[in-house]
Design a protein around this ligand. Structure first.
Ligand code: PNS
Length: 161
C-alpha cells in the first residue's frame, strides 16, 4: 500500500490543486489531502470552509481522503505511515520555495520522499491568492476552481449583497 500526503493551505482549493490530486491518485494507492489548520499567513476561509470545499471537490476520487494537520508536516506524514509528500510545481517561480521545503523535510525525515507533479499547462498561472482576489472583487471564478467551490464563492458574494 503506497500512501502519499498532499499538504497545503487550500485557501481555497483550485482547479490546479484538483488536477494534482487526480494525478497523484493514479500514482499512489491512497492519497491524503492534508489541510493545514493554522497556516502562517492567516487564511481568508476558515479551517472548516477549506475542509468542506475540498471534500466537496473530490467525491469522484475513490482513493482520496481529506484530513487536517498542525505542527510539523513530516510528523504527520510519519503518523499516517505514508512514503511520500506530493507537491504541485507550476513555474520556475515555485521552485526555490519548494526546493527549500523539500530539502528541509528530507533533513528531518530522510525516509519520506517529496514527489513534484507538474501542474497542467491550463492551470500553470493559477493561484489561490488570485482566486481570492477575483472572487473578493466580484469576478467570475468558474473554471478556475472546482464547481462546488465556485458555488460557495457565488453564495458568499450574494450574501454580501
Ligand atoms: O499551500 P501552501 O501554503 O503552499 O502549503 C504549505 C505547507 C502547509 C505545505 C507548509 O507550510 C507546511 O508543511 N507547513 C507545516 C510546518 C512544517 O512542517 N514546516 C517545516 C517544513 S517547511
Amino acid at each position: 500500500m503506497r500512501k502519499a500526503v498532499y499538504p497545503g493551505s487550500f485557501d481555497p482549493v483550485t482547479s490546479g490543486h484538483l488536477d494534482v490530486i487526480e494525478r497523484a491518485a493514479r500514482l499512489f494507492d491512497r492519497v491524503i489531502v492534508a489541510v493545514i489548520r493554522n497556516p502562517e499567513k492567516s487564511p481568508l476561509f476558515s479551517f472548516q470552509e477549506r475542509m468542506d470545499m475540498l471534500k466537496a471537490s473530490v467525491p469522484h476520487c475513490d482513493n482520496v481522503a481529506v484530513d487536517s494537520f498542525d505542527g510539523l508536516l513530516v510528523e504527520y506524514v510519519r503518523g499516517q505511515k505514508a512514503c511520500a509528500v506530493v507537491r504541485g510545481l507550476r513555474a520556475v517561480s515555485d521552485f526555490d520555495y519548494e526546493f527549500q521545503m523539500a530539502l528541509t523535510n528530507r533533513r528531518m525525515a530522510p525516509e519520506i520522499e517529496t514527489v513534484f507533479l507538474m501542474t497542467d499547462y491550463r492551470y500553470s498561472y493559477l493561484s489561490s491568492s488570485f482566486v481570492r482576489q477575483i472572487a473578493g472583487l466580484g469576478g467570475d471564478v468558474s473554471g478556475l476552481v472546482p464547481d462546488p467551490v465556485a458555488r460557495v464563492l457565488a453564495a458568499k458574494k450574494q450574501r454580501k449583497g
